[in-house]
Design a protein around this ligand. Sequence first.
Ligand SMILES: Cc1cc2nc3c(=O)[nH]c(=O)nc-3n(C[C@H](O)[C@H](O)[C@H](O)COP(=O)(O)OP(=O)(O)OC[C@H]3O[C@@H](n4cnc5c(N)ncnc54)[C@H](O)[C@@H]3O)c2cc1C
Length: 179
Amino acid sequence: MEKFAYKLDDVDDAENIKSSSAGRDFDYYLVAGGGYTGIEVATNLRRYFNKKNSAKRIIIVERAASILGPLPQWMKDYVLPNLKKMNIEIMTDTVISEVQERRVFLENGNVFDNSMLIWTAGVKCADFIQGLDLKKNRQGRLEVDKFLKINDSCFAAGDSANFAFRQSSLRMAVQFAIV
Ligand SMILES: Cc1cc2nc3c(=O)[nH]c(=O)nc-3n(C[C@H](O)[C@H](O)[C@H](O)COP(=O)(O)OP(=O)(O)OC[C@H]3O[C@@H](n4cnc5c(N)ncnc54)[C@H](O)[C@@H]3O)c2cc1C
């Protein structure tokens, strides 16, 4: 995955996806992960290819039973037909098992030749944080108290901090990063 999939963590990654899709003629664009970022990528790819009058297959591959997992059903009911209108395919309950150069294998046996895989399934916080010997959650975010304190002398905020709220963590989102 690390070698052949395209990740999207920052602007450089976005530029890389854009220049790679302009420079090479892929038949399939597979987006791993049906969360906000996956949907944003898939819809922007469709707009990009529409402008170039190029019909490409764009497929969102999601391991869970539905896209946009935590959102209420009415929002999914809004998004799904709109994705269909944009000719974006969705495969739920589907796992990507292997990636080779320009080839993607699914656990159900499907193989996509000459394809670009864009990985949006799961975000992580900075490498610097990953290396710290401090208490973290499953995403590698630092455990903080209600004052964003890790210990007597250190604080963490934004994506780096795991701030518990009503039995779950605040999302990695701009609104929660502004303090
Ligand atoms: C593709 C994508 C789409 C997103 N879309 C949305 C959206 O629509 N709405 C939304 O609310 N959120 C969105 N997010 C999430 C949002 O970007 C983050 O939650 C937010 O940027 C977190 O802010 P932050 O300040 O904690 O971290 P960041 O914005 O990641 O800032 C951390 C900074 O620290 C720097 N840094 C890292 N390590 C070091 C080091 N060792 N020394 C010095 N500097 C270092 C990094 O280069 C970076 O500039 C998106 C994220 C991605 C990846």
